[in-house]
Design a protein around this ligand. Structure first.
Ligand SMILES: Nc1nc2c(ncn2[C@@H]2O[C@H](COP(=O)(O)OP(=O)(O)OP(=O)(O)O)[C@@H](O)[C@H]2O)c(=O)[nH]1
Ligand SMILES: [Mg+2]
Length: 496
């Protein structure tokens, strides 16, 4: 018997009953078998309460341009998951992560329940009989929102809201909400808004269906004008049109921003400055690592998705070669596709890098799953071919025994702690060795009045040997072709 007491201190009988058994539900055929598992003793008394109208339900889209939807106002939430595959522990980890996400979004998690099913119910996500029990639980806890650990189809969302009588939100909407709260730059905000609108557009039917009923006989939406009034369907059509217009506008805006960004990138390319991107699961310590390596003061927070805007810092190798290090948005399991799509231009930073520091939280209960999830996103943004160094962070907090399986799977991984500095020197060494080497190897003798060229070799190339002689500075180095051109007059011999 497994319980969720780890993640949810206030574990109820409900969830323990739902997590019986220890492997995938092969023997389970239909949802009816589950309908009596949820024990609800003592909940009958709450029956009447369950039907009460919960404050904060009204989420009618009055003005699309405000993306009202962004303000989910999740307050007292109940989490619900469907455990379809993997171990009980995996299912619990997933719900524990959902709890972190919900808290990051600013809500108070009252409880979490998991139902063991072969697959989510097509109509109601959890078994249809379970919905009644869930409604009782919602009522007894006084929850105002239910968050489903997955992506709900519009019909599932509508059905659940109808029956639970509280707002229902899925994992995707929750992540979008966090992104909306954290986006700071103009580009970041536009990207999130685009993702939200796309998500909302697909669900307009579901939301609209509920909303038109909620709106009752009210006349039209504010700003809707003559065309905006009338029955729900018409309003949905109006909303859809407005959303499409807004989406097109955001796309244009982002396209312009993207070209600025790629100009900046091209500039770096032209100067042949190697670029290193720090990628990894959210909260793995990417920003901390950037700070530790470069001394940058990037925001570090024990929150998911603290960083949405990529920060690039120039720094130098031990031998003075300049490279850039970019901190990026964190990844998460099932990162909503709309987000990946919207953040594509930001994520191109990763795909375009010469080297990837893939940061993993060594103190996390399931670091290998994190690595897997990150690699899935990397593949989605065509970054699978970028050379990668796996950096297992938080060594100070991790159980050394827990690190063994990761090192076994990823033998070239390096263990560090951005907090204590452990392993950082070794990481720098590894990183510097993995930077692309300039192609042209040469040997030059530079007169002492050409100190400018000596410093260029240091910052743009890599010095293999340096000696001060009577006639000037004698250097063997590798440099990029443009610099090699400038050095030709001083060349002693030329290797290939
Ligand atoms: N114990 C320990 N905690 C760490 C270490 N590195 C980072 N942290 C903590 O982990 C949390 C997340 O760190 P961040 O650097 O913000 O992580 P991030 O990967 O940038 O997170 P997002 O930007 O939210 O995706 C913070 O509370 C850090 O203090 C470490 O080496 N050891
Ligand atoms: Mg960060």
């Amino acid at each position: 018997m497994t319980t969720h007491s780890q993640a949810y201190e206030e574990t109820t009988d409900v969830e323990t009953d739902l997590t019986q058994g220890d492997d995938s539900g092969d023997s389970l055929t239909g949802h009816d078998e589950y309908d009596n598992e949820l024990t609800t003793e003592g909940l009958e008394l709450e029956e009447r309460q369950a039907l009460r109208r919960v404050v904060g339900m009204s989420t009618e889209l009055t003005d699309i341009s405000e993306v009202e939807y962004r303000k989910l106002l999740l307050e007292r939430v109940l989490l619900v998951g469907v455990w379809t595959e993997g171990s009980a522990e995996d299912a619990e980890n997933s719900l524990a992560e959902l709890k972190l996400l919900a808290e990051t979004a600013g809500s108070e998690v009252l409880d979490g329940v998991i139902q063991r099913r072969k697959k989510p119910d097509a109509a109601t996500f959890i078994g249809s009989g379970k919905v009644t029990d869930l409604r009782n639980l919602v009522a007894s806890l006084g929850a105002d929102t239910v968050i489903a650990d997955g992506e709900l189809a519009p019909a599932q969302l509508r059905n659940l809201e109808d029956r639970l009588k509280v707002k229902v939100v899925d994992r995707t909407a929750l992540i979008l909400d966090i992104f909306a709260q954290h986006a700071k730059s103009k580009e970041g905000k536009a990207q999130v808004e685009l993702a939200q609108l796309q998500y909302m557009k697909q669900r307009l039917r579901g939301w609209g269906g509920n909303l038109s009923r909620q709106a009752g006989g009210r006349v039209g939406a504010a700003g809707g004008g003559i065309g905006g009034r009338g029955p729900g369907e018409t309003k949905i059509e109006t909303d859809r049109r407005r959303i499409n217009t807004k989406i097109a506008k955001l796309r244009r805006m982002l396209k312009n921003m993207k070209s600025t960004r790629s100009t900046m990138r091209q500039e770096r390319r032209r100067n042949l400055v190697p670029s290193v991107a720090i990628a990894g699961y959210t909260n793995a310590g990417k920003s901390s690592l950037l700070n530790r390596i470069t001394g940058a003061g990037v925001l570090v927070e024990d929150a998911l998705f603290a960083t949405l805007d990529p920060t690039t810092r120039r720094t130098t190798t031990a031998d003075g070669r300049v490279y850039t290090l970019t901190d990026t948005v964190g990844f998460v399991r099932h990162l909503p596709h709309d987000i990946v799509e919207a953040f594509r231009s930001t994520l191109e930073e990763v795909a375009d890098a010469d080297l990837l520091l893939h940061v993993v939280d060594g103190s996390h209960p399931d670091p290998l799953a994190q690595i897997q999830a990150v690699r899935e996103v990397l593949a989605e943004i065509d970054a699978s071919d970028v050379p990668e160094i796996i950096v297992i962070n938080k060594a100070d907090a991790a159980d050394p025994l827990a690190l063994a399986p990761i090192l076994h799977r990823e033998p070239t991984a390096i263990v560090v702690s951005a907090r204590t500095g452990e392993g950082i020197d070794k990481l720098r060494e590894l990183l510097e060795g993995a930077l692309p080497q300039p192609h042209v190897a040469l040997e030059v003798l530079l007169p002492y009045d050409r100190g400018d060229l000596v410093s260029r070799i240091h910052s743009e190339g890599s010095v293999e040997h340096l000696e001060h002689t009577g006639e000037g500075t004698h250097l063997t180095a590798r440099v990029h072709p443009a610099l090699a051109g400038d050095l030709t007059p001083y060349q002693v011999t030329k290797a290939s």
